[in-house]
Design a binder for this molecule. Structure first.
Ligand code: FES
Length: 238
């Protein structure tokens, strides 16, 4: 994707945000809870067997879909303990991020929908990407972060997806993970999810890809975890 395409994409996000401004503020006003339980979904490998913590290399993000078959997430083995913490929002609300899972408590997962203007990893490209501790963003100089190159919002996977810098007003929503018998399940979303804005903005894309919005919103018993490159042609880092 060249510079012009990136700018065009960013303009689309800006227009989308104008359309969604009312609902966005409205949702904030009525939101009382920052944990929503969804279908308990087993994370599996591409061969259908349950994903184990040893399948996720340290400092690596893999991609899966949750809670809906159309909504992408990153699961990251941070390689270090991720502690629970309270996250405070700009509106004064506080919610509890439950920390990492696994033997080192270093595995976390986040919804890969940018809370600024809903950029997400499509089959063609992704502006919202994980930067391991071994790579540095050219623009922000940050490592070990999830960064969105649409308007340079940076999120910290070690601290519950909280905002490091940029225009986003909400942290990344986290996926609640549990480990049972060595298998990993997703059970819900912690934080301010972006699904209603996402489905409003990308309604026609969803219908084109899945046949209907209802199908795009199907929840699953199992979700396949894959290398990001398997789903996204170009990860645009900045
Ligand atoms: S969509 Fe604006 S920073 Fe991600």
């Amino acid at each position: 994707m060249n510079r012009r395409d990136i700018l065009k994409t960013c303009s689309l996000f800006a227009v989308g945000s104008m359309f969604n401004l009312f609902k966005f503020e409205d949702a904030l006003a009525v939101e009382g809870s920052y944990f929503k339980k969804y279908k308990k979904t087993l994370l599996v490998k591409e061969d259908g067997t349950p994903l184990k913590e040893t399948d996720i290399q340290s400092n690596t993000a893999l991609l899966f879909f949750y809670p809906y078959r159309s909504t992408p997430c990153y699961i990251i083995n941070t390689g270090r303990e991720v502690k629970p913490l309270d996250i405070k929002l700009n509106n004064g609300s506080v919610y509890r991020f439950t920390g990492g899972i696994g033997s080192k408590k270093g595995i976390v997962a986040y919804s890969a929908i940018c809370p600024h203007q809903w950029s997400y990893p499509t089959k063609d490209f992704s502006l919202l990407n994980y930067y391991s501790s071994k790579e540095k963003s050219e623009i922000t100089g940050k490592s070990g972060v999830i960064q969105c190159c649409a308007h340079i919002s940076v999120f910290d996977p070690i601290n519950g997806g909280s905002i490091v810098e940029g225009p986003a007003e909400f942290p990344l929503a986290a996926v609640s993970l549990v480990m049972e018998g060595g298998s990993i399940y997703a059970t819900g979303i912690i934080g301010k999810d972006q699904f209603s804005e996402f489905f409003d903005l990308y309604k026609s894309d969803m219908i084109e890809q899945f046949g209907s919005l209802e199908k795009a919103k199907e929840e699953m018993d199992k979700t396949v975890v894959m290398e990001v490159e398997k789903h996204v042609k170009e990860q645009i880092k900045c």
